[in-house]
Design a protein around this ligand. Structure first.
Ligand code: UDP
Ligand code: MG
Length: 326
């Protein structure tokens, strides 16, 4: 009988999207580590609507690994939504999350658990000490991202901490109670302000397959993070307006001086540039307003960010679909 009760000491959430190539390596590395902890655990494989053989392989692995639990989302809902599905479905007294591609070492999970238990911590971050295996672009964009997020959310956001971490049940329940629609956990978790510790590790290379984070998804994560934590971009409109106003004033004064001096200037180009500038500023501001209004709209709709199609611990989860998502 798989451990699906409150006696479960540890849940390990693994969001996965089209990870058929990485899956066998993941299972053969994760299982001995978790078996070695000696605690009752569950591995929550959240299949984020994979279209390859991920689902089939998971079923196969589950036949001789009862601790493996499969939660399948009805469609590709994104990494953070998959994590959310995992957090909401988990039973463990501690809940770890780890990527499926083995870039984060599973061997660190028992270390995180020991640290949390011995020091009574609610959060243990996995912090990357070395990103030399990532591409130059990924390193630079990540550097800029964490710089911006630390300025926005506060210094408690550890630089270089992704979604490899361990949470206590209290921290999980606190996250579950938040009404935010598009949650960015690497920012929300530090924002909770629970007692926390760190475990450093070397970020390895993806064991197999391609990254499931194309630039478009990275940008969406960054925009979600910024708009969830700050209304500062809205203030940009005010500042651009002030700058335009002052510039206009100077130009009026200058035009008057030129007029009084009796020189008529054919100022078509300056007029044209000013018009384009103002048009651009207005469009940027309208776009920014649209971004926030769009978020207010989705928040008001309160639609779930994912639907669970199947949960191996509960059978066909049709009846809980939707309810689980908010
Ligand atoms: N992932 C997911 N849904 C998505 C995209 C990614 O569940 O829409 C999972 C993916 O399978 C992996 C984790 O999120 O387990 C991190 O993705 P990836 O390793 O591709 O990102 P990278 O390490 O390249 O930033
Ligand atoms: Mg990866």
């Amino acid at each position: 009988m798989p451990p699906v009760s409150s006696a479960t000491a540890l849940s390990v959430i693994v969001p996965m999207y089209n990870e058929e190539e990485a899956l066998p390596a993941l299972v053969s590395r994760l299982r001995p580590v978790l078996d070695g902890t000696g605690v009752l655990y569950e591995v929550l494989a959240v299949d984020d609507g994979s279209t390859d053989r991920t689902a089939e392989l998971l079923e196969k692995f589950r036949t001789d690994w009862p601790e493996l639990r499969i939660v399948r989302l009805r469609g590709n809902s994104g990494h953070q939504a998959a994590l959310r599905a995992g957090l909401h479905s988990s039973y463990g007294a501690y809940v770890a999350s780890i990527d499926a591609d083995l870039q984060d070492p599973p061997e660190k999970i028992p270390e995180m658990l020991d640290l949390a238990r011995s020091e009574n911590l609610d959060i243990v971050y996995g912090v990357r000490s070395d990103r030399s295996t990532d591409t130059g672009f990924k390193r630079r964009s990540a550097g800029a991202y964490y710089w911006l997020m630390r300025r926005m959310v506060g210094k408690q956001v550890p630089a270089q901490a992704g979604d490899f971490r361990l949470l206590s049940r209290e921290a999980v329940e606190a996250l579950k109670s938040l009404p935010d629609q598009h949650q960015v956990y690497r920012l929300l978790v530090p924002w909770l302000g629970f007692p926390s510790g760190q475990v450093t590790y070397r970020r390895g290379e993806r064991v197999a397959g391609e990254t499931k984070y194309p630039l478009s998804k990275m940008i969406r994560l960054a925009v979600d993070g910024i708009t969830n934590f700050s209304a500062a971009p809205l203030r940009l409109a005010t500042w651009l307006g002030v700058i335009s106003f002052v510039t206009c004033f100077v130009m009026i004064a200058w035009t008057l001086v030129v007029f009084l001096l009796g020189k008529t200037v054919p100022g078509w180009s300056s007029l044209f540039v000013a018009m384009l500038f103002l048009g651009g500023v207005q469009l940027i501001c309208v776009g920014l307003l649209g971004e926030y209004i769009g978020r207010i709209y989705t928040a008001v709709q309160r639609r779930p960010t994912y639907f669970i199609g199947y949960d191996s611990a509960r059978g066909e989860a049709g009846e809980s679909a939707g309810k689980k998502g908010n």
